[in-house]
Design a protein. Structure first.
Length: 424
């Protein structure tokens, strides 16, 4: 499906859906726990459904209602699945579930995903799980899915370069259920706030671990997760597109359902927009952004790689130069977001320089063009906001990929004045 988008003034309020990162962690922990958990206001999207399907395959009983999901866990003892586990387009699910499959004591699981997932590397996580007693093998010997995974996870020592924070999150979430103590030396860590989110879940669950900052972790084995009843906060990664849209001249957008005290790293987008000159008011659960003249600046996006597509667009509408830096892991997301955003925005008239770890964006007007979504939900949403300020008509090919995290994005954009038509 394609979107046909035109320039529009955006004014109004948007209800932000639940956090993908929190929802998938909640599904994993509830499945690993004893008893029945309740996940309130979860994100109902393709990625979250991939997590549900994966943990059902491993033995969890999960009922998905409109406002709450009920999960009966398998008490740290995943079963051998009856079939291959297909995680779709969800890299978070792939990596966390790989760690859970390493807890299988007899038998093995096979993990795969769509074409994008089968190109995304998880070799460092596989190597660490092998260090810890499990058996993880890439069927093509390239560090990418499909993987064949078997336990048991006995414990021991491993070192990992967490180019993706998901590798370390998987180890930390599943290590408490291993047979023995797991010791992790973290030689490199990108996206630290996502690990902070994971640790917050462990604290909430009463899990014991010891750390030296973020450089080393020791997690005793033989622990248990307990059932919980918890509400999922709004997703700052999804809110990024509407917060940024509000900052464009003439716009006035409020995002409801956000908690600035939450652990999500993408709440930093609020500060990025302030630095560029946006007029922002933060309330207890609502953030209002009003348009203003924007100025280019340097932004270190290492902790917030999902913000790169939208901040690249914002650089196009800022005076001077915007430098998006220190985010090499953006190249191994759903697509190479650095290359893709440079290429697609150039079609719209942007002047962009590609760096090994980011982009340099020179401010200037954009024009409508035919652009590709590359199967990447965040690229598509960023291009839709760009189109709302470009002259002429923009056609975004393959826009249906937004369903992996924000199925209602187009409807939400239309509700505040955006012009979006669907064409197949």
């Amino acid at each position: 499906m394609d979107w046909i988008c035109e320039a529009a003034t955006l004014r109004g309020s948007v209800e932000i859906p639940g956090s993908k990162s929190h929802t998938i962690r909640a599904v994993a922990i509830a499945s690993l726990a004893e008893g029945e958990s309740v996940i309130r206001q979860p994100l109902d999207s393709q990625d979250a459904r991939s997590a549900v399907a994966a943990y059902r395959a491993l033995g969890a009983a999960i009922e998905t209602g409109a406002d709450a999901w009920h999960v009966k866990g398998f008490a740290g003892k995943p079963r051998v699945p009856d079939d291959v586990i297909d995680v779709g387009n969800s890299g978070t699910t792939l990596n966390i579930v790989m760690g859970t499959c390493a807890l299988i004591e007899e038998g093995a699981a096979v993990l795969t995903g769509d074409a994008q997932i089968r190109r995304r590397p998880s070799g460092p996580l596989a190597a660490s799980l092998n260090d810890l007693g499990a058996s993880v093998r890439s069927t093509r010997n390239n560090g990418c899915p499909p993987f064949v995974v078997a336990g048991p996870w006995r414990g021991g020592d491993t070192a990992i370069e967490a180019v993706s924070s998901q590798y370390l999150t998987s180890l930390l979430l599943n290590a408490p259920l291993a047979q023995g103590e797991t010791r992790i030396d973290v030689a490199l860590l990108h996206e630290k706030p996502y690990v902070e989110m994971t640790l917050d879940w462990l604290r909430h669950e009463g899990i014991v671990w010891h750390a030296k900052g973020f450089a080393a972790f020791t997690v005793p084995g033989g622990q248990r997760y307990r059932a919980f009843d918890r509400r999922i906060p709004g997703d700052f990664s999804s809110a990024t597109f509407f917060l940024a849209a509000g900052a464009l001249p003439g716009n006035d957008v409020s995002c409801a359902g956000l908690d600035m005290n939450d652990t999500q790293g993408d709440r930093a987008v609020v500060e990025y927009l302030r630095r560029m000159g946006a007029d922002i008011e933060t309330g207890s659960e609502t953030i209002r952004v009003r348009g203003n003249t924007l100025k280019g600046c340097d932004l270190d996006l290492n902790a917030t790689p999902d913000a790169l597509p939208m901040m690249a667009v914002m650089g196009c509408f800022a005076e001077g130069e915007t430098r998006l830096l220190n985010v090499p892991q953006a190249r191994i997301k759903e697509t190479d977001r650095i290359a893709v955003m440079g290429r697609e925005l150039a079609k719209m008239g942007a002047h962009i320089e590609e760096l090994p770890d980011g982009l340099i964006v020179h401010g200037g007007a954009l024009r409508g063009a035919e652009v590709q979504g590359h199967g990447d939900h965040r690229v598509i949403m960023a291009l839709a906001v760009a189109a709302s300020r470009a002259t002429g008509v923009t056609r975004i090919h393959g826009a249906d990929a937004v369903a992996v995290t924000f199925p209602a994005f187009a409807a939400s954009l239309s509700a505040i004045g955006g012009i979006v038509e669907f064409q197949t």
